[in-house]
Structures are given as structure tokens and as C-alpha cells.
Design a protein around this ligand. Structure first.
Ligand code: PMT
Length: 396
């Protein structure tokens, strides 16, 4: 019973495939989950609430309040109750409303209040599925971190053949089980993430910095937030934006400011992922006025910055602490030394010798080195997918 004790909100919309939602609810319950059905008004045209409430042992929710006694159905409470929301079948109309926040029914308000992760199983005719507006709306849902369960190809309700059939309930069950096996919803977790470079001032116009764009750290923040975590993102100077409302962004410039922010927040966290490329040194003195050019050689004296990871490694109580190692040579040996010295649970190695890995790319190629001596190599992937692999490991 891999879903034992899990709370699943099952959203049902107006599609012929709604009948399959009854089997899906049964499968979830057989695996030990508690299922709360939320339906759109048109969902009820395809399958009756009576069938679904009998299967789940819970009244179906589809209106904002019960007409005869005025009982209020709180979408906010459902958003906090759930460990996972599954919308199956999801019509083009519902997907469009989800993408654009059109909260005109109970299912959409529940979706917008949802603290847990959301899986969406589209069901529609092949031309509707292939339409650019559907494609765009699905991409928007992915960017919110929703998990899309791709529809299958086959005969559709219209008798046309193509892609648009809702995936079978057994496959959706497998997706939900695999979601929980990889750590499931992070809805009660708080995660600190550092991202981007730090700038160490030389004078009012110059600094020591590095090429970090923040993409890897921001991808980690978006993925943690999409899974329901409360994320504290301490970001060096980068031009990226955050999308998810669960991300609290703290902008800093120097390693010292990043150190202050990270050490303040860390005691309240469940985990920290240190992805920032922190400058190891800063100029000993910051000059008040712009340094003027002359023909003499110039020497800049540098002093070491605090090692944020090492300090958090000392402060650590029950938190999971993960660092990165960006290497150019003796990669594994250097990464292992860093993991040991900074008291990390594991370290993510990326090497500038791998094409498409490290700074600024949209992709990365990593290996995860663990304290037990194991090394797991991953292929080149988008930073969004690399973030998923890392987070699966942290909370598995
Ligand atoms: O931002 P992108 O362009 O997407 O690039 C991503 C990245 C290459 C910056 C990222 O994947 C990465 O490798 N980040 C860590 C880079 C780095 O500084 O590694 P390091 O080997 O120097 O540091 C080891 C670890 O200690 C890191 O977790 C680092 O955040 C931490 N550290 C280092 C120095 C310091 N003073 N304080 C720290 O916390």
C-alpha cells in the first residue's frame, strides 16, 4: 500500500473520460489513499457525484457552498489537506483556466489554493490537443511545476484516431506512486537555496565576480516550490525572475551578505542546497573613489571570505545539507574533499570539461557523490530536469 495515509484531491472535468476517474479513485483507495473528489459543473454531466461519493466515502465537492444549508466548502482547506492533486480528466477549457487563473468554479479555486503538487492528465480530441493554445497552456502549467501526464494516442470519443486519450488509470496510479517514492510533496518543508555569483567590490565601479547566471539555483528553487516547499532563495546579482509564489527571494551582492542571510535562515530550514558560486576572496580594502588608470602595475590584496557551506555544516542539526562542486581538474577527488570538509550529506559535481555543463548553459551534466562512497552519473539534461534529480535524492 504505497499510498497509505496519503490525501489525494482528484479533480474531474467534463470529458467522456470522466468515467475512468471512478476506476482511478478506486485504485488510489486500494493503495491506501484517502480521496476527495472535486468536480466542475460539467464533470457532473459525465459521471454522477453519487457514484464517486460512494466509492470514496466522502461527499463530492463541486459548488462553493451547499445550496440547502449554506455549508461553505473551503478550497483553502483542501489546498492544505492534500498531499497531491490529480486532475484527470483535464479538458482544454480547464487547462486554459488553470493556466490563466480563471477561478470560476470550485476545481479551479482549489487548484489555485493548492499547496501540494498537481498532476494533470489531459483528455480531448486530437485537434484540440494539437491546437497552439492548448500547447501553450500546457507549457504554462509545466512552468508552474505541474506534472503533465501525456495523453495516449488511439481511438478518441469522436472515433478519430490520434493523441488526446486520457492515460489509463493504472498508468496515472503508477505516476502517483513514483511521485511519492521520490519524496512526494514537500508541502511541509522549508528549503534554503543559494544561487548566482557574488560580487566583491574593488571600487564604486569594479568588482570581482564570476560567470554564474543563477539558472541552476533558480531551477532548484522553482522545482522545490512546485513540489510544495516554502523556498528561501538567497540570490546573488542575476537578471532572472522567480515565478512561484512560494519562493521568498532575498537579493544580496557580496559573499558576506550571502553568509548573513543564509546563516540567519538556516536554523528554521529542513534542507539547504548551496548552488551559489561564492567568491572565495574579496579585496582587502574597498576604495571609496574610482581607481584612476596610470601606467604602473597594480596589485590587489585579497582576503578570504567566510565559507558559507562549511559554517552551515557546523550549524547543522537535522537538516539535509547539499553543496555543489564546480571543478576543472581532479574533479572527483576535489569534490569529495569539499563534501567532507563542509560536512555535506552529498555533493553535486559539475565539471567545466563537460560540454553544456556549468555556468550559463540551460543544461548541466552532474554526478552525485555521497558520503557512503557512491557516485551516480547523470547524462546532460536541462537544468530543470537536473533540479528534479537532485531534489528526488534529497528527499527520497
Ligand atoms: O548559475 P549557473 O550559470 O546556472 O551555473 C551553475 C553553477 C555552475 C554555478 C552551479 O552548478 C555550481 O556548480 N555552483 C557551485 C559553484 C562553486 O562555487 O563551487 P565551489 O566548488 O567553489 O564551492 C563548493 C561549495 O561550497 C558550493 O556549494 C558553494 O556554494 C559553497 N561555497 C563556496 C565558497 C564559499 N565561500 N561559500 C560557500 O558556501
Amino acid at each position: 500500500m504505497t499510498l497509505k495515509g496519503k490525501h489525494i484531491v482528484l479533480g474531474i472535468t467534463g470529458s467522456i473520460a470522466a468515467y475512468k476517474a471512478a476506476s482511478l479513485a478506486r485504485l488510489f483507495i486500494k493503495e491506501g489513499a484517502e480521496v476527495q473528489i472535486v468536480m466542475t459543473p460539467s464533470g457532473k454531466e459525465f459521471i454522477t457525484p453519487v457514484t464517486l461519493s460512494a466509492l470514496t466515502g466522502r461527499p463530492v465537492v463541486s459548488e462553493f457552498f451547499t445550496a440547502n444549508d449554506g455549508t461553505w466548502h473551503s478550497h483553502v482547506d483542501l489546498g492544505m489537506w492534500a498531499d497531491l492533486m490529480v486532475i484527470a480528466p483535464a479538458t482544454a477549457a480547464t487547462i486554459g483556466k488553470m493556466a490563466n487563473g480563471i477561478a470560476d468554479n470550485m476545481l479551479i479555486t482549489t487548484y489555485l489554493s493548492m499547496k501540494a503538487s498537481v498532476m494533470v492528465a489531459p483528455a480531448m480530441d486530437l485537434d484540440m490537443f494539437a491546437h497552439p493554445s492548448t500547447t501553450r497552456n500546457i507549457e504554462i502549467l509545466r512552468s508552474y511545476g505541474n506534472i503533465i501526464i501525456e495523453p495516449a494516442a488511439g481511438e478518441l470519443a469522436s472515433h478519430l484516431i490520434g493523441k488526446g486519450r486520457m492515460e489509463e488509470p493504472e498508468k496515472i496510479l503508477e505516476a502517483a506512486k513514483s511521485f511519492f517514492e521520490k519524496g512526494g510533496s514537500l508541502s511541509k518543508k522549508k528549503v534554503l537555496i543559494t544561487a548566482g555569483p557574488t560580487y566583491e567590490k574593488i571600487d564604486p565601479v569594479r568588482f570581482i565576480g564570476n560567470y554564474s547566471s543563477g539558472k541552476m539555483g533558480f531551477a532548484l528553487a522553482e522545482e522545490c516550490a512546485a513540489r510544495g516547499a516554502e523556498v528561501y532563495l538567497v540570490a546573488g546579482p542575476v537578471s532572472l525572475k522567480v515565478n512561484h509564489p512560494n519562493i521568498h527571494r532575498i537579493d544580496v551582492e557580496s559573499a558576506e551578505q550571502m553568509y548573513q542571510a543564509a546563516t540567519d535562515i538556516f536554523p528554521q530550514m529542513d534542507a539547504a542546497i548551496l548552488c551559489a558560486a561564492v567568491a572565495d576572496y574579496r579585496p582587502k580594502e574597498q576604495v571609496e573613489q574610482k581607481i584612476k588608470r596610470n601606467d604602473d602595475e597594480m596589485t590587489l590584496s585579497l582576503v578570504p571570505n567566510k565559507d558559507i557551506a562549511a559554517v552551515l555544516g557546523q550549524m547543522k542539526t537535522a537538516q539535509r545539507l547539499v553543496g555543489f562542486a564546480l571543478e576543472t581538474n581532479d574533479e572527483v577527488a576535489n569534490a569529495l574533499k569539499k563534501m567532507e570538509r563542509k560536512n555535506l550529506d552529498f555533493i553535486v559535481l559539475n565539471s567545466l570539461n563537460d560540454a553544456g555543463a556549468g555556468f550559463r548553459h540551460d543544461t548541466n551534466k552532474i554526478a552525485i557523490l555521497s558520503k557512503d562512497g557512491t557516485k551516480e552519473d547523470y547524462p546532460l539534461k536541462s537544468k530543470a530536469d537536473v533540479a528534479k534529480d537532485i531534489i528526488d535524492r534529497i528527499f527520497a
